[in-house]
Design a protein. Sequence first.
Length: 296
Amino acid sequence: MNGSQSQSVWRFAPSPNGFLHLGHACSALRNQDAARRTHGRFILRIEDIDTGRCRPEFEQAIYEDLTWLGLSWETPVRRQSDHLGEYALAIDQLDAQGLIYPCFCTRGEIAARVASRPGWPRDPDGAPIYPGLCRGLSETERRERLLAGRHAAMRLDMEAACGRVDHMLGWTEYGEGDEPRDVRAEPQIWGDVVLARRDVPASYHTAVVVDDALQGVTDIVRGLDLFHATSVHRLLQTLLDLPAPVYRHHCLILDAEGRKLSKSRGSETLRDARRAGATPADIRRRLGLPAQAAPV
Ligand code: GLU
């Protein structure tokens, strides 16, 4: 809980771009168990703005798999695509603070620029830090490119943004336990992150902080693969004057070769496990979770 007297709000926020695997089950069950334990609310949020990769059949499969696992959630289900207007407002707010700029670079152009510079720094996801090619464009150059029909992503000017917030920016982290610890945020390790993509009018970072605030989320349980992203989220929450949830990043579920489960690599899905005869209790056991969630 976040220390206030009000009811806690938990959420599971899958993207319908593949079938859920054990890692998703781990986040979903931990969220719902904690919501039940604390008499809190539990929200399901479908993160569907990446229209190139999301599919209705995967969304349907999310409902089926979660129901099979024994989960229930508030209706209506929340969905990112209902909030494009709110994401645009958040971007406008940052623009008004002079903290974002349009970037016309393609991935190929960025890769070509850093290829000639061995040892160029990378972000926690392994992508090269944006080399700042469009940061210094004049207003006239920006206008000319936009008028010529070039599409732009919007990037955060990370140095300027960090200059606007307390250098002690951080968050409360519980990990998998009950003891809180303070973590210092280090958003600068991401460089000038994208806040609105060329093809989608937001990015994960923008959508997640706006949605968590809109939906009053107090406690965020998710995998450790998103631990470093929390630095960017805390920075955006502060710049946009949004409340700070507390965070509980849990260990990742690994496959037999010790690799993180992933949709793209075809890791065993929950439906594979179900077809092979596993029960929801087996899934809990495999995840090291207590046999049964506390009663509501
Ligand atoms: N939609 C993200 C995913 O499927 C999770 C976002 C979050 O929990 O913050 O990985």
